[in-house]
Design a protein around this ligand. Structure first.
Ligand SMILES: NC(=O)c1ccc[n+]([C@@H]2O[C@H](COP(=O)([O-])OP(=O)(O)OC[C@H]3O[C@@H](n4cnc5c(N)ncnc54)[C@H](OP(=O)(O)O)[C@@H]3O)[C@@H](O)[C@H]2O)c1
Length: 283
């Protein structure tokens, strides 16, 4: 039995859809079952269970009888550590952790948090696999209201290149690993899309797809942080985001691998295909 956490989120919902398409017995852990996408269309093998990372008793109930956990969440250390500890208590045999760049001395709080979670997971001795991804193409959807309303967007990523990946390919990789976990124990896969792109390239692609000019307005990380705070983002999130975009401007996300194809047997989706598919959201 495979359990997917964060099953209403970007990666988790696609992972559940893929497991359902294979009629693979699986549990989707959610805090609100009414938020499960296309619930009526899910295979009988998919069980929706209610649980909250902040309430370990609910995790223990959900994890009983589970072999493999696909761990995806907003990556708050205490919450993911609670899932890992519950997995140990319940005899789970493998964890597939969705993660990002991580380092204990990163200036970005989120990356220090991922490093804490990964260190805890390693210390348990539980066999596990890390899927460390570049930035998700789905992040571009946050630009859609501005592009729609003003035909421009602001961003502090400068002209830094990014190996952006479609989160559906992260889900496909997680599914493949979870179906044959022993072969992937102790491995870290670095997942990216097929090409390096800049936000300037994204503006050009949006312009081509929409048939009118879309402008990328470059702002500094400090200006970006202030804009995110004005838009209502929590301070910690705005700070981490602005720091991460500042690093991207310096080349921090300019890495590509072919590990999606190695794991899934299919080429990763391209930024061009993503923008074409979501054109209506931007126009
Ligand atoms: N975005 C990127 O560019 C990027 C790049 C690389 C790696 N990553 C990694 O990807 C992961 C995030 O994946 P994602 O984008 O799929 O996440 P997401 O869309 O933000 O989804 C988060 C999920 O966690 C659930 N959740 C939140 N709090 C919960 C709680 N207390 N108890 C139970 N469930 C809870 C949410 O449920 P509700 O629907 O109820 O809120 C939702 O299903 C992070 O580890 C991040 O570091 C992201």
């Amino acid at each position: 039995m495979i359990l997917v956490t964060g099953a209403t989120g970007t990666v988790g919902s696609e992972t559940v859809r893929l497991l359902s398409a294979r009629h693979q017995p699986a549990r989707a852990l959610v805090r609100d079952p009414s938020r499960v996408a296309h619930r009526a269309g899910l295979a009988d093998e998919i069980e929706v269970v209610t649980g909250d990372f902040d309430h370990p008793d609910t995790l223990d109930a959900a994890l009983a009888g589970v072999g493999t956990v696909i761990l995806v969440s907003p990556a708050v250390p205490a919450q993911e550590i609670a899932v890992v500890d519950s997995a140990v208590r319940n005899g789970v045999t493998h964890i597939v952790k969705i993660t990002s760049k991580a380092s204990p001395d990163s200036p970005v709080d989120r990356r220090r948090g991922q490093a804490r979670i990964e260190a805890h997971l390693a210390a348990t001795g539980l066999p596990h696999t890390l899927l460390r991804s570049n930035a998700y193409l789905q992040n571009l959807l946050a630009l859609a209201p501005s592009v729609r309303q003003t035909r421009n967007f602001t961003m502090s990523a400068g002209d830094g290149q990014i190996g952006m990946i479609d989160a559906r390919d992260v889900a496909a990789a997680a599914t493949r690993v979870a179906l044959a976990p022993a072969a992937h124990a102790g491995r870290t896969y670095r997942l990216t899309g097929p090409a390096l792109i800049t936000y300037g390239d994204i503006a050009k692609e949006l312009s081509r797809t929409l048939g009118h000019h879309i402008e990328y307005r470059r702002i500094s990380p400090d200006e970006h942080r202030a804009a995110m705070l004005r838009a209502g983002l929590p301070e910690a999130v705005a700070t981490s985001n602005a720091q991460a975009f500042g690093l991207i401007a310096e080349g921090d996300a300019a890495w590509l691998t072919d590990e999606v194809a190695t794991l899934t047997g299919a080429a990763p989706r391209s930024p061009q295909a993503f923008i074409a598919e979501h054109a209506a959201a931007f126009s």
